[in-house]
Design a binder for this molecule. Structure first.
Ligand code: PDD
Length: 281
C-alpha cells in the first residue's frame, strides 16, 4: 500500500479521504505538478516550483509551494523510492473545501494539498526503438493551457481518442497548428533543425521542453520556437514528445501516416542519449 500526503498527514492511500465540499472535486479548482526524481533527487525542482507558483498566483490561491519540496522527499522515502533510478511525485493544490458556490470562499479556507509518489518505468530500448504512434485531435482547451490546472477533461478526451485509435499519444491541433501532446510537448525535426510551438497561453511550458532545448544547444542542434503547421508535422523527418512522464519519445506515425523512415531518427536518439546521461542513466 503506498503512502500518500493529504493536508499535512502521511497516510496509507486507502485511508486518505477528502470532503465532498472539496473544490478540486466540485470545480477542478486547483493546480498540480508532476516532478521527476532520479536516484532519489528531484530533477529541475526550481523550474517546477516556479510554474506552480505562477499557477497559484493566476488562480489567486494563497499557498507557499516551496514547502512542497520536503513533502516530495518524504513521500519518496516513505514509498521506498529514495534510491529509485526513476520516479515521479505528483502534487495538487486546490482552493480547499467549502459549500458549493462559484466565487471563492469568503473568508478563504485552507488550500487542499494531495501528493503521491510512483516509480517511473522507462520503456525498454527495444520498445523505444520501435517508436510510438499518435493521432491528432482538435484542441478544445481553454485559453490558459499554460496554467497546469487539474481541469484536464480535454486532455482526458484526447488521450482516450489515442487509446481508441490503438496508439499511445494525442496531438492537439489549434487553427491548423500542432501545439503539443495531451500530456507532453511536441517537437518536429526537418533538415536537422528542431522546431516546437512557442511558449504562449495555448501550451503548457514544459520543464522537459526547456531542458531538451538546452540539450539541443549543447549538441549544436538549431532550435526554432515557432508555430508548426499540420502539413509540416506530417512531412517532418522526425517527431518526438517530451515530458516528465514521457522523457523523450519518438513518434513514427501520426494519423496513420509514416513519419520519416518510420523509425526513431538521429536527432531524437542523440537527445535521448544526452538526456539519459544528464539524469544519471
Ligand atoms: N504532464 N504539456 C501538457 C499538456 C502536459 O500535461 C505536460 C505534463 C507537458 C510536459 O511538461 P513537463 O515537461 O513539465 O512534464 C506538456 C504531466 C506529466 C501530467 O499531466 O501527468
Amino acid at each position: 500500500m503506498s503512502v500518500v500526503h493529504l493536508n499535512g498527514d502521511y497516510l496509507a492511500k486507502d485511508e486518505a479521504k477528502v470532503s465532498v465540499d472539496e473544490r478540486g472535486f466540485l470545480f477542478a479548482d486547483g493546480v498540480y505538478e508532476v516532478t521527476p526524481a532520479y536516484g532519489g533527487r528531484l530533477f529541475r525542482w526550481p523550474q517546477h516550483l516556479e510554474r506552480i507558483q505562477k499557477g497559484l498566483a493566476a488562480l489567486r490561491i494563497d499557498f507557499d509551494a516551496a514547502a512542497l519540496e520536503g513533502v516530495k522527499y518524504e513521500l519518496l522515502a516513505r514509498n521506498g523510492l529514495d534510491k529509485a533510478s526513476a520516479a515521479y511525485v505528483y502534487v495538487q493544490v486546490t482552493r480547499g473545501a467549502a459549500p458549493r458556490m462559484h466565487a471563492f470562499p469568503d473568508p478563504p479556507v485552507a488550500p487542499g494539498v494531495y501528493a503521491f509518489a510512483n516509480p517511473y518505468h522507462r520503456p525498454s530500448t527495444e520498445r523505444w526503438e520501435q517508436g510510438f504512434r499518435a493521432v491528432t485531435v482538435p484542441d478544445q482547451r481553454w485559453a490558459r493551457a499554460d496554467i497546469k490546472a487539474i481541469a484536464l477533461l480535454p486532455n482526458v478526451m484526447a488521450q482516450q481518442a489515442a487509446v481508441d485509435a490503438g496508439v499511445s499519444n494525442a496531438i492537439f491541433v489549434r487553427d491548423g497548428m500542432a501545439m503539443e501532446g495531451a500530456h507532453n510537448n511536441l517537437f518536429v525535426v526537418a533538415g536537422g533543425v528542431l522546431a516546437t510551438a512557442p511558449k504562449s497561453n495555448y501550451i503548457l511550458h514544459g520543464v522537459t521542453r526547456d531542458f531538451v532545448i538546452g540539450l539541443a544547444g549543447d549538441l549544436g542542434i538549431p532550435v526554432e520556437e515557432r508555430a508548426i503547421p499540420l502539413p509540416e508535422l506530417f512531412a517532418a523527418d522526425e517527431v518526438f514528445f517530451t515530458g516528465t512522464t514521457t522523457e523523450i519519445k519518438p513518434a513514427v506515425a501520426v494519423d496513420g501516416r509514416q513519419i520519416g523512415d518510420g523509425r526513431p531518427g538521429p536527432v531524437a536518439r542523440r537527445l535521448f542519449a544526452a538526456f539519459i546521461e544528464a539524469v544519471g542513466g
